[in-house]
Design a binder for this molecule. Sequence first.
Ligand SMILES: Cc1ncc(COP(=O)(O)O)c(C=O)c1O
Length: 499
Amino acid sequence: MPGSVTPSSLARLLGDWNLGAGPAYRELADVVRLLVLDGRIPLDMALPSERALAAALGLSRTTVTAAYARLREQGFLSTGQGSRARTCIPHQGSRGSHPDGASNLSGAPGLAVPAGILDLAYASLPASGEVVHRAFAAALTELPALLPGFGYDALGVGPLREAIAARYTASGVPTTAHQILVTSGAQHALNIILRTLAGRSDKVLVEHPSYPNALDAIRAAGCRPVPVAMPAASPDRQPGFGPGWDLAGIEAALRQQRPAMAYVVPDFHNPTGRLMSDPQRRALVRAAAASGTVLVVDETLRELNLDGAAATPVAAFSPAVVSIGSLSKSHWAGLRTGWIRAGEPLIQRFAAARSTMDLGGPVVEQLAAAHLVSALSEPLPARLAALRENRDILLALIADHLPTWQSERPAGGLSVWCRLPAPISTALAVIAPDFGIRLAAGPRFGLGGAFEHYVRVPFTLPPEQLETAVRALRSAQDRLSAAPQLRRNLSAAPAAAIA
Ligand SMILES: Cc1ncc(COP(=O)(O)O)c(C=O)c1O
């Protein structure tokens, strides 16, 4: 059922929005737009009437009317006949939805990136084109053999499940095809797992910060996230495992809260890029077993290992671990191919739960994916070399142009998690488009409005665009520094005040 935002909730979310940096209607529209984009106001929410919001904010009705008109013009509000304005996002874009989550700021598809805007809100790469193309050509030649079948297969096509199982076996985790369920990406995999293992009100342990779409999926399943803070970055910018995870904190949370499930990204964690060490992996598995918690590890970014540090797959430490994988980062998110590895009885339960969502994946895509998984490392050297260079360029640009930022050197993945000198992340994201960039505010990666002090900066753009983007960040930060009122007012809108 679509909901509504009360005038007082919206006033709370808006905080001290009025910066005095431009016409009030424009600032009001800009802040509402950001709240919609980063998911703090969900889609299809009825906003208060113009009269009610004007009263709640102490504004003239004309100002609210003009702000709503601007939002309608930009495609962020729709109004049905005789009804209240509802939140939505523009649909006329060709870039499509943003896959990595931060980006899918609203959780809804079709958000266009205006021409000329550099998109730092998502961390994803174009396809390893030739490799993907070849895999599809091979898949088409294999298709006729499958056409006499019905085409439904909740577990996934055999050749792909075998290729994935062989890959696990080769990495030291003996696996059969019966232990693999093919999904439409890692996000789909997580939803299937949540549907199967976590009931409404069940607790799910998460790292804090974490991958935004995972947090959304956990909340959408009616579960209660139990956040455990990641330790702060050390300023030494050393490569390797970095400050890692707070295992004592995780163990205490598992012992005291006994969550049904724990969702962890140990391989180039999104957004910090950290890699969990083997001793921590072992301790994590042991602690989850002791509290009766199903440990779900998301290995979506595992192949993006920039420094070559070795870490054993978590499933090697226990057969009870549930692993999620995906081709989205190694090859292309457009493949929409991922998987779950677990014990066979659990895989059967996942397959049963899946049938409430879909009846299997498309066959040609899976046949192509089988080729890609069989030669998984083929596109990686070039991809990793470019990413390594981009990472180093981005870190150098940040050190040069934004010396008050503390950036953590990621061991892998696609982005740098930066600590800002002040809690200005939302404010930066609001004014970012004025400087030609789009940003995901830090609170998207946390719960309850946390991480106003942080921003995630991907290094997926080419070097010259990275330079433009960092210069734009500097200009945006300077604008905020020159207008402390602006900074204060745009920061820290609470996350949970929606009726
Ligand atoms: C940690 C993590 N899990 C899952 C996903 C989504 O993966 P997929 O495209 O396979 O659904 C992402 C994408 O950025 C991610 O970073």
